[in-house]
Design a protein around this ligand. Structure first.
Ligand SMILES: Cc1cc2nc3c(=O)[nH]c(=O)nc-3n(C[C@H](O)[C@H](O)[C@H](O)COP(=O)(O)OP(=O)(O)OC[C@H]3O[C@@H](n4cnc5c(N)ncnc54)[C@H](O)[C@@H]3O)c2cc1C
Length: 474
């Protein structure tokens, strides 16, 4: 079918709103990444029945379908050439004693508002704040600063309801038949290929499905390639009564990161880093030329504070328990991406695929060595911030325009280095258009074959978000 026919034909067979005008297609051709892919049509289903109709139509005509949440993903995961399923109408929330059950289109901000009323919060807290959706968070296995103590989306995911590409609604882990089929293709021999890091959003997380009762976890980080998430039930946590934030400054990134293993022993709820490029944008009250560690404490505060003090010293650290100040200081950290983008000049470009590696924490100095080596070899600038406590750094290499030909080479060299350190090429943002080409490098051919079997079990025609995580031909 010609792409121009898809929208009008869909509008005839479904009762939901369908758009295929230029402006809407332009809008949906982008997310928060640097990639552009123009879809043929955008749909806004309001019920599972409508999703099923769209999926069956797409399967009949071999049209790819990509689910989309807030479009805040950083790897082009929500971009596709076929039909986009904008899940915003799946916006119901049910709060239980220690969980939230939310439609895929519920924005995190809405979930947070409801949960705050119940004195609870959701563990994964991406720095984008309220603008991402539950579906997108499950799709990428999102996490955030507090994942250090409370885990990523995969750790919170109690159950999930998906629609498969054939138009079948499946509840996981309840659906025993799907769980059994999945176990038939999971080969435990490949589990040794999984990096020993606290966060990983590369490939399918078969390492987190030890029993059929955990089978829902296969959907976390699956980037819309196994099924359309319609709702998810996620564990919630009581909001701590008191919190404190220590912001410690260092002369160099190496000095700051060198201190991370010792600070981790104190048991912070978050341990983040921002480099001097970002601090330069933070206003006069912050020390220019310094690197900052954010150390958040949410229990045993006075005891932990003195332990942190023994490590950081008093001269170079600021401490607050004032909720307003804590919010304000976090807002600087959470806008690190936008600060870093602001420092790029017109004749520079950012290399999109390297930005989210995670290594075992004691290997952070090795990761810095690797970055230093690439910096001098390819004469690039680098901005670094991220989740130091998880060994997960957002490294943003900036090249002179016209160097795009060597981008893949730099990425391959970087990823080889990260993998040899026992790390993952993506800790939280996922593979998408950025890193799908490197998933096989991460895990090797045997694991990649298992991933293919997983994909084919849920989506034999490769219709759901094709060429993300896994490709048919590799
Ligand atoms: C400034 C900034 C800061 C960020 N900070 C963090 C951070 O700290 N931690 C972090 O983890 N991420 C971070 N991100 C990335 C992004 O916010 C997360 O990946 C988020 O989870 C994406 O949610 P979304 O609703 O916007 O999803 P989208 O971008 O719309 O989609 C993301 C992926 O999920 C899939 N998907 C969406 N909805 C569904 C569904 N219903 N069913 C199946 N698949 C679906 C899509 O197909 C796509 O592959 C940041 C992004 C920005 C711009």
């Amino acid at each position: 079918m010609h792409p121009r026919e898809i929208g009008p034909r869909l509008a005839k067979i479904t009762s939901c709103s369908v758009a295929w005008d230029k402006n809407t297609r332009d809008f949906y051709s982008r997310d928060a990444s640097q990639y552009t892919l123009r879809p043929a049509a955008i749909t806004f289903p309001k019920s599972e029945k409508e999703i099923i109709k769209i999926l069956r139509f797409a399967s009949r005509h071999k049209i790819p379908v990509t689910p989309r949440g807030g479009g805040t993903g950083l790897v082009g995961g929500a971009l596709g050439r076929g039909i986009i399923l904008d899940m915003r109408n799946f916006n119901k929330i049910r709060i239980g004693r220690n969980f939230i059950e939310a439609g895929a289109g519920v924005f995190k901000g809405e979930a947070d508002k409801e949960l705050t009323r119940h004195g609870r919060f959701l563990a994964p807290n991406p720095s984008i704040g309220p603008h991402c959706t539950i579906g997108g968070m499950v799709g990428t296995n999102a996490s955030g600063s507090r994942s250090l103590k409370y885990g990523s989306t995969i750790d919170s995911l109690i159950s999930v309801r998906i629609i498969t590409s054939s138009g079948k609604a499946v509840n996981l882990p309840c659906n025993v038949s799907v769980a059994k089929k999945l176990f038939r293709v999971l080969d435990p021999r490949v589990l040794g290929k999984f990096p020993k890091v606290s966060k990983n959003s590369c490939g399918y997380r078969i390492d987190r499905v030890p029993t059929t009762s955990q089978v829902q976890k296969i959907i976390a980080g699956s980037e819309g390639t196994l099924g359309v998430v319609v709702s998810a039930k996620l564990k919630t946590i009581p909001i701590p009564r008191k919190m404190a934030l220590v912001v410690a400054s260092y002369r160099t990134l190496r000095e700051a990161l060198g201190e991370v293993p010792r600070i981790l022993k104190v048991g912070p709820s978050a341990l983040e880093v921002i480099d001097d490029n970002i601090v330069a944008h933070m206003g006069k009250e912050w020390p220019k030329g310094k690197v900052l560690l954010y150390i958040e404490l949410d229990d045993d505060i006075s005891k932990k504070r003195s332990k942190v003090r023994r490590i950081t010293g008093t001269r170079n650290a600021r401490f607050t328990t004032n909720a307003g100040k804590i919010r304000q200081w976090w807002s600087y950290r959470n806008t690190a991406l936008s600060y870093s983008l602001r420092s790029i000049s017109k004749d520079e470009v950012i290399l999109p695929s390297i930005e989210d590696a995670a290594v075992p924490v004691h290997r952070l100095p090795l990761l810095l060595d690797l970055v230093e080596h690439l910096k001098s070899r390819y004469r690039m600038r680098v901005i670094i911030y991220g989740h130091a406590g998880n060994g997960n750094l957002h490294i943003r290499p900036i090249l002179k325009k016209g160097q795009s030909a060597i981008m893949r080479q730099i990425a391959a060299e970087f990823f080889h280095g990260v993998i040899s350190m026992g790390g993952t090429i993506t800790g939280e943002h996922g593979d998408g258009l950025s890193r799908t080409g490197f998933v096989k490098l991460q895990y090797g051919g045997d694991t990649y074959s298992v991933f293919k079997h997983v994909k084919e079990l849920f989506d034999p025609a490769y219709a759901l978000n094709p060429d993300k995580i896994i490709t048919r031909i590799r």
